[in-house]
Design a protein around this ligand. Structure first.
Ligand code: C5P
Length: 240
């Protein structure tokens, strides 16, 4: 399980990580924190023993994406992502860059994921705004197939897409799932902000459906006691 460090400063990231040390071992750093604090955020997390998923969703010409993936690899992240909709050449460039950089720097190759269809897009938006005439599920499968053909390791998937992808992509395919909401959450002591996640699942359901990694943000970061909230989710996963 990875905690999403969706906070605006390095100080706040450090504070959250400090409370979660010994409970969780992985975190996700996205556009907000990376734009605010840069590589120092990755360094701070790694110093505390957290593995880092760098969620910057690269999407550019192949040469630029390859260069960005090289730098992310140099920073020692264990997982990163790109937009699969950038096309086969871009996805191939990312996969090759991760491999080459890991060799050059003598460090493990990060897992490279493709982002398929953003969960904020429904069928109507996908068709009318993006110009893709198929269903969301069909496009997710199409882009996951492209990512696999390019040599990527897996994809980010909403809880609703996990089973479909596990079936279509095989057991080795890495599936990372956000939109996790614990079954037991005390909303009085840990009020969540108004929630924009529509497609959600409990941690156990997401794992049972075939997810490899769960990303949890506000249920932990928005809790009055993040350590207690994270512990409760970890315990929930251990229920017989
Ligand atoms: O707070 P919450 O648990 O909803 O956080 C989920 C995290 O996963 C956020 O960092 C969000 O940006 C990210 N994410 C998502 N949906 C995606 C991809 C990433 O919610 N499709």
């Amino acid at each position: 399980m990875l905690v999403a460090l969706d906070v605006p400063s390095l100080d706040e990231a450090e504070a959250l990580l400090g409370r979660l040390e010994g409970i969780l071992t992985g975190c996700k750093i996205g556009s907000q924190l990376f734009t605010a604090a840069g590589p120092a955020a990755i360094e701070a997390a790694r110093k505390r023993g957290f593995r880092v998923f760098l969620d910057l969703k690269f999407h550019d010409i192949p040469n630029t994406v390859a260069a960005a993936v090289r730098e992310a690899t140099r920073l020692g992240v264990f997982m990163l992502n790109i937009h699969a909709s950038g096309g086969l050449a871009m996805a191939c460039a990312a996969a090759e860059a991760a491999m080459k950089a890991a060799g050059d720097f003598g460090i493990p190759r990060p897992l490279c994921l493709g982002v398929t269809v953003l969960t904020s897009l429904d069928r109507k938006a996908l068709q009318r705004e993006v110009g893709v005439p198929t269903s969301v599920a069909a496009h997710v499968l199409h882009l996951a197939g492209l990512a696999q053909a390019a040599g990527l390791d897996g994809c980010v998937a909403s809880p609703q897409e996990i089973s479909l992808l596990r079936l279509a992509m095989g057991q080795e395919w890495v599936i990372v799932t956000p939109g996790i909401r614990p079954a037991v959450s005390d909303r009085r002591s840990s009020p969540l902000p108004p929630d924009d996640q529509v497609r959600i699942a409990t941690p156990r359901r997401a794992l049972a459906a075939g997810a490899n990694y769960l990303v949890v943000g506000r249920p932990i970061s928005g809790a009055a006691d993040p350590a207690a909230a994270a512990t409760a989710i970890v315990d929930e996963l251990r229920w017989p």
